[in-house]
Design a protein around this ligand. Sequence first.
Ligand SMILES: C[S@@+](CC[C@H](N)C(=O)[O-])C[C@H]1O[C@@H](n2cnc3c(N)ncnc32)[C@H](O)[C@@H]1O
Length: 351
Amino acid sequence: MPQMRLDEAKLNDFLGRAIQDVAATFHAGLVLIGDRLGLYRAMAGAGGLTPAELAKRTGTHHRYVREWLSAQAAGGYVTYDPATGRFTLPPEQAFLLLDADLPGAFMLGVGSVADESKIAEAFRTGGGVGWHEHDSGVFEGCERFFRPAYAMHLISEWIPSLDGVQARLEAGGRVADVGCGHGASTIIMAQAFPRSRFLGFDYHAESIEWARRAAEKAGVADRVSFEIAPASEFPGTDYDLVTFFDCLHDMGDPVGAARHVRQALAPRGSWMLVEPMAKDRLEENLNPIGRLYYGASTLLCTPASLSQEVGLALGAQAGETNLRNVLTDAGFRNIRRVAETPANMVLEARI
Ligand SMILES: C[S@@+](CC[C@H](N)C(=O)[O-])C[C@H]1O[C@@H](n2cnc3c(N)ncnc32)[C@H](O)[C@@H]1O
């Protein structure tokens, strides 16, 4: 390396950030352990616990639990009282870790990182890595990562923001949820609109099997069915609503998928497209949400798209202009942004 003058303050600043990232990489494994063994759940509302008390409540070994709790305290996930030697899970952390299922996001990240060598090889060849080729933690982690936002916004905000869709679903409409994965969004809609009929489609057979079991468990299998189908060929016409949740950018041929949606919609039907939130320009996305999505896009979404025909590789941070271009190329003229959250943007496209 050529000799360069280093700015010590900048060096230390970057080192500090990198140490946090390395620590967070280890921490991800600890979050999964806390989730798997019920450590967070046992701490919720329990007040201060010693490692031995938490170990007893969870049937685990106290020495491991002490080390785990120490790391949690260093990371601000729990608090530590040196006077009593007890650790507490604050209510805000309990809410995010348990009610908002934050460990699901870690599961998605850990599962994606596990496939790093496959992705590195794809960098060399330019080939793709299909969604179905990933570690199974990716599928479950993906469902858990997205579900809380769907549970919070889909029925109360996103569907009411569409043109006349809520009334049609209340009366009894037909919905296709394409790229449905484990079917979280499909099942949430089916629970809210018992008179409507929901069909979930995904090209990934394992996800469709999972979704079928989930629909049975949720007691909505009478009005929901799941079938293996690619987005460019899913069956049926006259849908009142077609939905794509966080999947259009994963597809090799999003324009082909959009054309297929056009011919599948009823004349007054709506296509609801939920995509990761992003501004149009890279420099506007250099923030924590952008970092998360560009990372996921490098390891998951871009290789998924490159593994399919056309391989447009929109990327998870495609931005609204690129998304609108896909929809107009497919012949949609009536497109509007109807809702957004810090993590998602929601577009409605009509014929
Ligand atoms: C990021 S996941 C989102 C899953 C689900 N919609 C959710 O929000 O939890 C992307 C999904 O798109 C599916 N997918 C990718 N390409 C597809 C295609 N061409 N046709 C149908 N599904 C596809 C994948 O199998 C995967 O389930």
